[in-house]
Design a protein around this ligand. Structure first.
Ligand code: PLP
Length: 362
């Protein structure tokens, strides 16, 4: 392969080129250290500085208030599906779950092992083609928390608002849209995100947790599954994913140097806008899966008139250097994941390609 191709993968996903280049440069030897990031102790000063800098970057980008801890854990967002109810559901052992796709269903499944979560909304009947409006959400005043998924990576839907949970702590899986725009962190009791969609490589999970929530964690929990273990040890109770945290630091710096999250959001809107316009103006040849109002800026899902045409399009696109467009099996069709690092030019080129394909095949 002579040059980098357009990578539409849903995750692990594309990273900013300057981040890759910097990591490549440092990989043989960190300047002034004489060893690479892969070889140094997590207890070293050098790594400590990366960890602190990664947290500082996130705090700046998201304006994370001082009463929130920032953790880098392992086990993926999937382990958070278990850790959230184990730590935060007791003693009432019930919580409200908004079900907008496969990931929220998996979160619900784990909550059921701890207590009796309540489904306050589900869009399963229409194959998760939308997210609820605020009016559709009625919460149990005794729920330990409200849990939702801000961006549904598989179905291509996204909340464009933060649900108002009243006095109930709000917990969000932001794996596939964290840092796509500014959010008001103070509306959340906890946010978690697997890094590999929008902020880094796989193997590290960002957790942002309001400190008062930590009082809930039962002391009987296994040490590694207790949030308190990780806050008390600054994510270093055991060896963290040092390389992953280093990359998150580079991504944070890259974002700060490139206009921060407002600039990112403007570009993200533009990218998704031209792609949805192409789909909407195709005389029904391309059918977006998500309903208007629920459409994701990160994962654009759509179908063609027949599965045969979908297969043809994916093959032709792959040959032309557009990689990773095959949709998840639960929606079929195509999915273009256009995370922060995906270039505008790549979306423009994809639109040109899709229009060509439509002209030839309709
Ligand atoms: C990918 C994804 C997950 C699963 O993440 P892992 O890190 O693989 O456990 C969970 N939630 C959402 C929204 C995702 O996109």
């Amino acid at each position: 392969m002579e040059k980098r191709i357009y990578n539409f993968s849903a995750g692990p996903a594309i990273l900013p080129e300057p981040v890759l280049k910097k990591a490549q440069e440092d990989l043989f030897m960190l300047p002034g250290v004489g060893m690479s990031i892969l070889e140094i102790s997590h207890r070293s000063k050098t790594f400590g500085a990366f960890l602190q800098s990664a947290k500082d970057g996130l705090r700046k980008l998201l304006d994370i208030p001082e009463n929130y801890d920032i953790l880098f854990l392992q086990g993926g967002a999937s382990l958070q599906f278990s850790m959230v109810p184990m730590n935060l559901m007791p003693p009432v052992n019930k919580a409200d779950y908004i079900i907008t796709g496969s990931w929220s269903k998996k979160a619900l499944k784990e909550a059921k092992r701890v207590g009796t979560p309540n489904v306050v909304y589900t869009a399963e009947a229409t194959n998760f083609d939308r997210v609820p409006t605020q009016d559709e959400l009625k919460f149990d005043p005794e729920a330990a928390y409200v849990h939702y998924t801000s961006n549904n990576t598989i179905f291509g839907t996204q909340f464009d608002y933060v649900p108002d949970s009243g006095n109930l702590p709000l917990i969000c899986d932001m794996s596939s849209d964290i840092l796509y725009r500014k959010i008001d962190v103070s509306k959340f009791a906890m946010i978690y995100a697997g890094a590999q969609k929008n902020i880094g490589p796989s193997g590290v999970t960002l957790v942002i947790i309001r400190k008062d929530m930590l009082e809930r964690s039962p002391d009987t929990l296994p040490t590694m599954l207790n949030y308190k273990t990780h806050t008390e040890n600054d994510s270093m109770y055991n060896t963290p994913n040092t390389f992953g945290i280093y990359i998150i630091d580079l991504v944070g710096k890259y974002l700060l140097e490139n206009g921060g999250l407002d600039a990112m959001y403007a570009t993200n809107k533009k990218k998704a806008g031209i792609l949805y316009d192409c789909l909407d103006n195709s005389n029904g040849f391309f059918k977006p899966h998500a309903q208007p109002g629920s459409r994701s800026l990160m994962n654009v899902t759509f179908n063609l008139p027949t599965p045969e045409l979908e297969k043809q399009l994916i093959e032709a696109a792959t040959a032309a250097g557009f990689n990773g467009l095959k949709g998840h099996r639960s929606v079929g069709g195509l999915r273009a994941s256009i995370y922060n690092a995906f270039p505008l030019k790549g979306v423009e080129d994809l639109v040109g390609f899709l229009e060509d394909f439509r002209k030839k095949n309709s």
